[in-house]
Write a protein that binds this ligand. Sequence first.
Ligand code: MG
Ligand code: MG
Length: 257
Amino acid sequence: MIFLKTQEEIELLRESNRLVGKTLGEVSKYIRPGISTLELDRIAEDFIRTHGGEPGFLGYGGFPNTLCVSINDEVVHGIPSSCCLKEGDIVSVDCGVVKDGFYGDSAYTFAVGKVDEKVRKLLQVTRECLYRGIEQAVAGMRIGDVGYAIQSYAEENGFSVVRELVGHGVGRDLHEDPQVPNYGRRGQGCKLKQGMVIAIEPMINMGERYVFQMPDGWTIRTRDHLPAAHFEHTVAVGRGKADILSTFEFIEDNLLN
Ligand code: MG
Ligand code: MG
């Protein structure tokens, strides 16, 4: 069942998602070779709690931490650990917050120091896939239009799209209907309506699309162990234009400085 949100609820979702954006911005200041992913997790948890929110992932389905931190061939759902980032890694940081009863959900993949040219292209294309998907999040379009925009751009660039994990509705629950695949056919799937709030989150692999789950029950990795990237925004379906509720401004201001 899809819950349509009122404008008042969308403003609460904007607040939660803005806190996610600020948290990712704070985390981005510390991303460098030698920091452990558990340290990043503690920074995020403290930041969220001191800004009036609660970590949205901690305890969700039994997830043990605040952030999902996924390095190189880890696609999503990596569990923070004492393992340290290294020069040349890429790291996806996915953050959820709950505030005033509504969730925020957004993710960004960072380069750690200098990365290979082809890896840099994977990051750029995946980020671009996200915005191409968002352009379709307009009332009257369909879920398949979002997936098609993402898939076609990823594949044109020689990359592949993970099928097993998808975007989702966001609201009082972290994962609501509808599912939002990163692949699809134009004009297919449920029709997008004003008031729908969805997380669009392309997971794009440099090599083949196949993934597997680690014995920890969470971490998803590419089968060929080539790197994967993941970018996510929560957006409200608008008339004529999507309303992006999460933000990368705090991350990207910081990366430029
Ligand atoms: Mg997420
Ligand atoms: Mg999500």
